[in-house]
Design a protein around this ligand. Structure first.
Ligand SMILES: [Zn+2]
Length: 347
């Protein structure tokens, strides 16, 4: 923890809008300030892994995912101006039988709780749950929140070939709604396409477009199958700006009038209106993309994400500080204000 230096009020601010450590300084903690207001920044999209749990599936986490010695992670957070990471684990256990899944999730949620307890000012975590066993997943979420102090649940974008809107998962959604906790949905790619050559070749298309595509499919089903009508209190945050859905949102409304006879499920609202109750992370790379995302979801629905340790971006804070068209209040909300409320982080 020796590298953790709290910035004082004498730090020079080279760029309007925030104070930053001088170049060349050791890993000093960047303090983000908006119009004179210190903002507690929260990263809702930060990965980690638990070796003992992965071993049950014959897997090993990459070293950068480990929480046993978080110095590199804390250094990156300090440099980037991230005060709090909300840790999550990408599901790899959806094929596990009930006994393995129970043990794996227990190990994992205990380890997440320990990682948070070791640095309570810097980490909170989403519980992992074995959603392939929905009743068990509901128990695991409740235990994760009440026993381990976890702040919500992390899910994949589908579960062993089933959509998140499948009625099988209603018990889990009911529990998440009842507890009022945030559910973070992170895609796992589109396994069905990976069996073909459609995403082969250059460009890692399985990830580049496969990941946001899966999120788009998952959210579309949650909307069109009526899951969000059935559980209107759900708080869901989708990774990577909600995939492609906000980029072409109006098409989801247009289908209702173009082919009404094929939209057999009556929804309570227009499809695009559900976008304004979902949360999405801010990983969309350009100011214009963030502006458009906010136009579709409302700035109140955008939560900062980094995708740590994967180096998609190291400038999530500046992205939000410099994107066009936002008020100071919008920026404070996106940087961490909204996430802090949703995740029970003290301001
Ligand atoms: Zn990610």
């Amino acid at each position: 923890m020796a590298d953790l230096v709290f910035g004082g009020c004498n730090l020079a601010s080279a760029t309007p809008g925030y104070a930053e450590a001088p170049a060349g300084a050791p890993a000093r903690r960047r303090e983000v300030v908006v119009n004179g207001r210190r903002v507690k920044t929260v990263d809702v999209h930060a990965h980690c892994g638990v070796p003992a749990a992965m071993a049950l599936m014959g897997l090993k986490p990459a070293p950068s995912l480990l929480m046993s010695q978080p110095a590199d992670r804390l250094r990156a957070m300090n440099e980037q101006g991230i005060d709090v990471e909300a840790l999550s684990i990408n599901p790899y256990w959806y094929g596990a039988d009930r006994d393995v899944a129970r043990e794996l999730i227990r190990l994992q949620n205990e380890a997440l709780a320990e990682a948070c307890a070791a640095n309570p000012e810097r980490f909170v975590a989403f519980a992992s749950v074995a959603l392939q066993h929905p009743d068990l997943a509901a128990e695991q979420l409740e235990e994760g929140v009440k026993k381990y102090g976890l702040r919500g649940a992390g899910l994949g974008g589908s579960v062993a070939g089933l959509e998140l809107s499948d009625p099988k998962f209603h018990p889990f959604w009911a529990k998440a709604e009842q507890l009022g906790v945030l559910v973070f949905i992170h895609p796992q790619g589109t396994a069905e396409l990976e069996k073909t050559t459609r995403l082969a070749g250059n460009g890692v298309l399985t990830n580049t477009i496969g990941n946001p595509l899966e999120t788009t499919i998952a959210l579309s089903h949650l909307i069109f199958e009526g899951t969000l009508d059935r559980f209107p209190g759900l708080k869901i945050c989708a990774a990577h700006g909600g995939g492609y859905l906000p980029s072409y949102a109006a098409r989801s409304d247009a289908i209702m009038t173009t082919f009404p006879e094929r939209c057999v499920h009556t929804l309570k609202k227009k499809p695009t209106e559900y976008l304004r109750q979902l949360y999405v992370d801010s990983i969309v790379f350009t100011g214009e993309a963030l502006r458009h995302l906010a136009a579709e979801t409302g700035p109140s629905q955008i939560l900062m994400g980094t995708d740590y340790p994967y180096p998609w971006t190291r400038t999530s804070v500046d992205h939000i500080l410099t994107a066009p068209g936002f008020t100071d209040d919008d920026r404070v909300a996106m940087l961490g204000g909204t996430a802090a409320k949703l995740l029970g982080i003290r301001a």
